[in-house]
Design a binder for this molecule. Structure first.
Ligand SMILES: [Zn+2]
Length: 419
C-alpha cells in the first residue's frame, strides 16, 4: 500500500475531480448522514480558515468507473460540493456576519478564499480491499483490531486448527511478518479454497462465514489431510532456501491453489524444482516487464497486463484469484508441456483442457475455425492416444467435438486437414 498526500484547492477538486470521485462506495458503510448544523459548522470552519482533517482517496482507476473512491471524508466533500452548488446556506449562530447566505451571495474575495482553501488529500495506491477496509475501520473507530483478530473470537475447531498450522515451516520462508495474524488469514483463505474445491471469494465476510460454519471442522478429515499435504509440498519446494521474497501473500495463495489442483492428478512428486524455477522465473519476468519505461504495442503481454491489474487491488476477490490462477497455470503448463497425469489416463484434466484451449487461441486443430468452450474437446495430437500418445499439454490440441470424431481412427494427419 502506497500513500501519497497532496495539497489540492477546493476549486480544483470541484472543477477537475468531482465527477471522477465515488462519494458513495458501498464498501465503506457510513454511520448516520450529517445534519444541516453539522454541514453548516464545517463551512464555518472553512470560512474561518481553520483546519479540516485529511481526506483519504483510494485509487480505483482499474475498476473502470471512477478514478477515486472516498475512504474517509465523504460527508465533508459532499457538504463542500453542496455549498458550492448554492444548496446550503450559512448558519446565523456559527457565522452571523453571513447569516443565511449561500455561496453565490458571499463577497467575491471570500469566495476566492474558499476556492483557494487547500485540502490535504491522501491518495492510496496499490492496496487491496482488505487493507482499505482496515484503514477505514481505523480512521472511523480508532480501532486497531484487524478482521482476522476479530475472526479468532468466533472460536471452534477450524479456528484452533488454523492457529496450530501457523507453525508450519512454509512460514519460515516468507519475508512478511505475522502482524495482525496475517498467517492465519492466509491459511484460512487456502482452507476456504480447499473446502470449495475451486477458485472462490476469500474476502473477509466469506471467511467469517466459514469460521461459523466449520466450528466442528474435522482436523483429521480429508480436507485437513489434503491441506497439510499441499503445505508440506510447498515447504519442500523451498527446502533449500532460507527466505523466498517471491512468496508474497497472494502468491502463496496462488501456489496453494495450483498445487491443490495438481497434486492428486499429475505426476509431480519428484518435480518440486519445476515449481521453484517457475515461481521465481515468472515473478522475475513480470517485474522486468513492469519496470520497462514504455512498452510498445507489439511488445505488450496481455497476460502480464492482466496479472498486474489483478494484484493491484482486491487480491482476495474471486475475479483476482481466478484470473491469476488461469494465467499461472497456463504459464506453468506451457513451460512444462510434458507433465504427465497419473497412469496416462485418456481424459485430459480440466487444468490441461483450459491451458490447451487458451494456448491454441480457441482455434480447431483440424478445421482452423473458432471453437466455443461448449464444443471444445482436447484431442491427442500429433500422436493419437491409440498410438501411445501421452495425455499432456504438449500432446494436446484444441478441437471441435465433431472434428475430433471425424478424425478418429485416422492416424497421420496434419494440422488444418479439414480446412
Ligand atoms: Zn473443427
Amino acid at each position: 500500500m502506497k500513500t501519497n498526500p497532496k495539497q489540492r484547492t477546493i476549486g480544483s477538486i470541484y472543477h477537475r475531480m468531482k465527477d471522477k470521485i465515488n462519494l458513495s462506495d458501498k464498501r465503506f458503510q457510513r454511520g448516520s448522514v450529517w445534519t444541516r448544523e453539522q454541514e453548516q459548522f464545517l463551512i464555518d470552519t472553512l470560512i474561518k480558515s481553520l483546519d479540516i482533517p485529511k481526506l483519504y482517496f483510494w485509487d480505483v482507476k482499474n475498476e473502470g468507473v471512477y478514478d477515486y473512491s472516498v475512504v474517509d471524508g465523504q460527508q465533508r466533500l459532499t457538504t463542500i460540493f453542496r455549498f458550492l452548488n448554492n444548496e446550503l446556506e450559512l448558519n446565523s449562530e456559527f457565522t452571523p456576519e453571513f447569516a443565511n447566505k449561500t455561496y453565490e451571495k458571499l463577497p467575491e474575495d471570500l469566495k476566492d478564499e474558499i476556492y483557494n482553501y487547500e485540502l490535504t488529500i491522501v491518495i492510496i495506491e496499490d492496496a487491496d480491499e482488505e487493507a482499505i477496509q482496515d484503514l477505514f475501520l481505523r480512521l472511523n473507530n480508532g480501532t486497531t483490531l484487524k478482521s482476522q483478530e476479530k475472526r479468532m473470537n468466533i472460536g471452534g475447531n477450524l479456528s484452533k486448527y488454523i492457529v496450530n498450522m501457523t507453525n508450519h515451516n512454509i512460514f519460515s520462508k516468507v519475508t512478511f511478518k505475522n502482524k495482525h495474524r496475517d498467517y492465519e488469514q492466509i491459511l484460512a483463505q487456502c482452507i476456504k479454497l480447499e473446502l470449495e474445491g475451486k477458485t472462490t471469494n476469500t474476502q473477509g465476510k466469506y471467511l467469517d462465514l466459514m469460521y461459523k460454519e466449520e466450528k466442528d471442522f474435522d482436523v483429521n478429515g480429508t480436507v485437513a489431510k489434503k491441506f497439510k499435504k499441499v503445505l508440506d509440498y510447498m515447504g519442500e519446494i523451498f527446502s533449500e532456501e532460507n527466505k523466498v521474497p517471491e512468496l508474497k501473500r497472494f502468491n502463496l495463495i496462488s501456489l496453494y491453489l495450483m498445487l491443490s489442483q495438481m497434486i492428486d492428478k499429475f505426476v509431480i512428486k519428484d518435480k518440486k524444482d519445476l515449481f521453484k524455477k517457475f515461481l521465481i522465473g515468472f515473478w522475475n519476468d513480470l517485474t522486468n516487464y513492469r519496470d520497462q519505461e514504455k512498452i510498445s504495442d507489439d511488445k505488450r503481454n496481455l497476460d502480464f497486463d492482466d496479472f498486474i491489474q489483478f494484484i493491484s487491488s482486491r487480491t482476495d476477490s474471486l475475479e483476482s484469484i481466478d484470473g491469476r490462477h488461469k494465467i499461472l497455470l497456463k504459464y506453468f503448463m506451457l513451460k512444462n508441456p510434458n507433465l504427465e497425469i497419473f497412469d496416462n489416463n485418456r481424459n485430459f484434466t480440466e487444468e490441461q483442457r483450459l491451458v490447451i484451449y487458451r494456448r491454441d487461441k480457441e482455434i480447431c486443430w483440424h478445421c482452423g475455425k473458432h471453437v466455443d468452450w461448449v464444443d471444445f474437446e482436447a484431442d491427442h495430437r500429433p500422436k493419437p492416444y491409440s498410438k501411445g500418445g501421452k495425455t499432456t499439454v504438449g500432446n494436446g490440441t484444441c478441437a471441435h467435438q465433431s472434428c475430433n470424431l471425424k478424425a478418429s481412427n485416422k492416424e497421420e494427419l496434419l494440422p488444418g486437414w479439414l480446412k
